[in-house]
Design a protein around this ligand. Structure first.
Ligand code: GDP
Ligand code: CA
Length: 320
């Protein structure tokens, strides 16, 4: 059994912990295709927030309270940079995290593609599955917004961390997506999968940038495996994060039905065979998609593994 998961950072990472637990019970192999749209170069370091969230979480080293970065982190480098007045000062650059970015940047500079760098970093963290960036090419999410009275495209990190997403926002642009190619192994994994799961990640800035890499959306939508998505919206609100702001920018309703409709049914222009929503959203309908309800709160590994089992049931139903 081969399971492929499309995923972003924190929400996706928590989901993957459940996927891994489920996979152990059925001896399945898991490949996570991870968003790179949040990636940014700061202070000369190549930072991959979603890959790191997934890697640290699966490696048991993520900070559970912050949700991102390393547990037991210290901030000496960040404080020292601030004393030099080195901008940007708004980005959370932990000391332990910095070592990851140094190793990554050094390998990238030496000519290794991001997918190989990720595999090398995973040698240490042993995530229990294969992590592949969606692409080895530069793909960055920029946000067209009004900042200081001027309409500009700013990096997603600046929009989210510096401005808390609280500036008039017009659209999201995946810079570099047109020319990007799927990283080695991505299309092979999707085409060889028994199931493709879409994690309850932010649909607009975590999943959409993956699908924007030419070939990936086509492989998922046209592949042999059933595709089941899990809703990141429960009872009309994102559990955490800014999916509501992102969806509002697209004019999509902040609901399980809204996100299910955004992904859409397979066979037309969409992706989904099944859509798993929370029990609170049991009335949800998405035309052309089989909708099932289950508890979707990822409170711990056991609850999340159950939720994954429900998604797998839904997938089996669609493939039989
Ligand atoms: P990011 O890249 O770090 O922003 O993380 P993701 O995009 O992978 O995940 C963020 C999304 O996870 C948010 O939009 C939340 O709606 C969703 N999320 C977080 N916790 C839960 C949970 O317990 N259950 C569900 N269904 N969604 C969650
Ligand atoms: Ca992210």
């Amino acid at each position: 059994m081969r399971i492929v998961v499309l995923t972003g950072g924190i929400g996706g990472a928590r989901f993957l912990v459940g996927v891994r637990a489920y996979a152990r019970t059925v001896d399945a192999e898991v490949t996570a295709v991870v968003n790179v749209g949040d990636d940014v170069r700061l202070h000369g370091l190549q930072i991959c927030p979603d890959l790191d969230s997934v890697m640290y979480t699966l490696g048991g080293a993520a900070d559970p309270e912050r949700g991102w970065g390393r547990v037991g982190e210290s901030w000496v480098v960040k404080e020292e940079l601030a004393r030099y007045g080195a901008e940007p000062s708004w980005f959370g650059l932990g000391d332990k995290d910095t070592a990851t970015h140094l190793v990554r940047t050094r390998m990238l500079t030496a000519g290794y593609p991001l997918s190989e760098v990720t595999a090398a970093l995973c040698d240490r963290w042993q995530p229990g599955m294969t992590l592949i960036p969606a692409t080895d090419h530069r793909l960055e999410t920029h946000v067209v917004s009004d900042v200081d009275g001027e309409r500009r495209a700013i990096h997603f990190q600046e929009w989210w961390i510096r401005h808390r997403g609280a500036v008039p926002t017009h659209r999201f642009v995946f810079v570099g997506a047109d020319a990007a190619k799927p990283a080695p192994g991505v299309i092979e994994a999707i085409e060889g999968a028994d199931v493709v799961l879409i994690a309850p990640s932010n649909p607009v800035v975590s999943i959409a940038p993956i699908l924007a890499v030419p070939g990936i959306r086509e492989a998922v939508a046209g592949g042999p495996a059933p595709v089941v998505g899990v809703s990141p919206i429960i009872g009309g609100a994102p559990v955490r994060g800014m999916a509501d702001r992102c969806l509002a920018t697209l004019g999509v309703e902040v609901s399980a039905a809204g996100v299910g409709g955004l992904y859409g049914p397979r066979g037309t222009d969409g992706l989904l065979d099944g859509w798993l929503v929370d029990n609170a959203d049991g009335e949800t309908e998405v035309p052309g998609v089989t909708v099932r309800a289950a508890p979707l709160w990822m409170t711990d590994e056991e609850a999340t593994a159950k939720m994954v089992a429900e998604a797998m049931n839904l997938a089996r139903q669609r493939s039989s």
